[in-house]
Ligand binder design. Structure first.
Ligand code: NAD
Length: 416
């Protein structure tokens, strides 16, 4: 697995900026630059054709000063230790910003799920779970879905963990199907958080959400649900995309119809009444709100200057590089950073965990109310820091998150 990745460069540079602004103790800065524990595993499974498949996986625990480790599991051909480390670090800040009692972690397996059967994916998930079994657990480290993993993947993790324990442990993982202890509204929650943040940002720039032109990169769990919620709230979705390319309609498209089209054809491209565009072109469209919701490093110094949106709400983790951040700030675009914008996912993961630990089951209304108040509070905390410190929203969010984690480390002290 690769030891370097642009996402880790971004995460470390962001930490450096926050540490400098906070005048952080050099020892605490050093602690936060590295993960607390890293496990690399070799996941061997029987493929459908009878051969043995060998996949490299990992689990990275960044910091647990504020509570048990928490973070998704990603299946993707480009998964690397460095990328997962960056994602784990962002989880630490995210949990602190939204003020839930978790630390940050992330996991991944380097594989191409699009080329694997359901049976192969199940065997891969169960074997991977067995290999990280000593790390995970309800009070230790709680996995969740990420790119190309879903509620079914989480059910397999729960079942494998429970088989080893000898009893059912739904609280060992979040993002599960409702039938096995999952939370109402979990599938849409990350995107609901993104659109709540977008609504708050729109108030700040004097933009009406109704009729606002929205372009969304990525049409997976986060992108599709963000498109659906924004459309239901009256926005005009003018473009969406996936790994095969994008589609554009200045008059607006119906995301529900695009979803049906993707379910039939495997991609959003060639949707009736839209022109096909590239993922790069989507970012540069004439729109009010841009939601990157695919992978890291999409907005760079090469294209930041061409972005025309008034608001960027980062659904994806790490879509913007630090150089691009500067350009975007100078252009006067209001950027709602990933560690705030997509924190709805881990917030409801926390609700699911509490629900499982207490053997409760909350209604969708209860979940969405709790989510709304957590996200609005986090947005206001970040905005206040941004205004008081005269810093961009990203720097403000990092100062808040890193500052809260540093405070916890100071309070706990060092053992021995
Ligand atoms: P997903 O697997 O459901 O969807 C990923 C989407 O990105 C798909 O539409 C895919 O076609 C598209 N994509 C892949 N490669 C691409 C490329 N090169 N260019 C353009 N599009 C590409 O994943 P997801 O859960 O929606 O996650 C998307 C992002 O949101 C990731 O950065 C993830 O870390 C972040 N995120 C997800 C959650 C969650 O709850 N799922 C929570 C917080 C953050």
């Amino acid at each position: 697995m690769q030891k370097s990745h642009p996402a880790l460069d971004t995460a470390l540079e962001q930490l450096r900026i926050a540490a400098e602004k906070l005048n952080l103790d050099s020892g605490i800065y050093e602690i936060l630059r590295y993960p607390k524990r890293v496990l690399t595993v070799s996941v061997t499974i029987r493929m459908d054709n009878g051969k043995i498949g060998v996949y490299t996986g990992c689990r990275v625990r960044h910091n647990d000063a504020r509570g048990p480790f928490k973070g998704g599991i990603r299946y993707h051909p480009s998964v690397s230790l460095a990328e997962v480390t960056a994602l784990a670090m962002w989880m630490t800040w995210k949990c602190a910003i939204v003020d839930i009692p978790y630390g940050g972690a992330k996991g991944g397996v380097c594989c191409n799920p699009k080329e694997m059967s359901i049976g192969e994916l199940e065997r891969l998930t169960r074997r991977y779970t067995s290999l990280i079994l000593d790390l995970i657990g309800p009070y230790r480290d709680v996995p969740a879905p990420d790119v190309y993993t879903d509620a079914q993947t989480m059910a397999w993790i729960m079942d494998t963990y429970s088989q080893f324990k000898g009893y059912s442990v739904p609280e060992c993982v979040t993002g599960k199907p409702i039938s096995v202890g999952g939370l109402e509204g979990r599938t849409e929650a990350t995107s609901l958080g993104v659109i709540i943040c977008t609504r708050e940002a729109a108030k700040l720039v004097g933009l009406k959400l109704k009729g606002a032109k929205v372009a969304i990169q990525g049409f997976g769990s986060v992108g599709w649900n963000a498109a659906k919620i924004a459309y239901d709230w009256g926005c005009k979705i003018i473009a969406v995309s996936d790994s095969s390319g994008g589609i554009h309609s200045p008059e607006g498209l119906n995301p529900y119809k695009v979803y049906e089209h993707k379910a039939k054809t495997g991609s959003v491209v060639n949707f009736n009444g839209c022109e096909n565009i590239t993922n790069e072109e989507l970012l540069e469209l004439n729109c009010d709100i841009l939601v990157p919701a695919s992978l890291e490093n999409q907005i760079t110094k090469a294209n930041a200057d061409k972005i025309k949106a008034k608001i960027i709400s980062e659904g994806a983790n790490g879509p913007t590089t630090p150089e691009a951040d500067i350009v975007i700030y100078e252009k006067g675009i209001l950027l709602v950073p990933d560690i705030l914008a997509n924190s709805g996912g881990v917030t409801v993961s926390y609700f699911e965990w509490v629900q499982n630990l207490t053997r409760e089951h909350w209604t969708l209304e209860e979940v969405n109310q709790k989510l709304e108040s957590k996200i609005v509070k986090a947005f206001n905390d970040v905005y206040k820091t941004s205004r008081d410190e005269e810093e961009p929203m990203r720097t403000a969010a990092l100062m808040l998150g890193v500052g809260r984690v540093a405070e916890a480390i100071r309070t706990l002290g060092l053992w021995p």
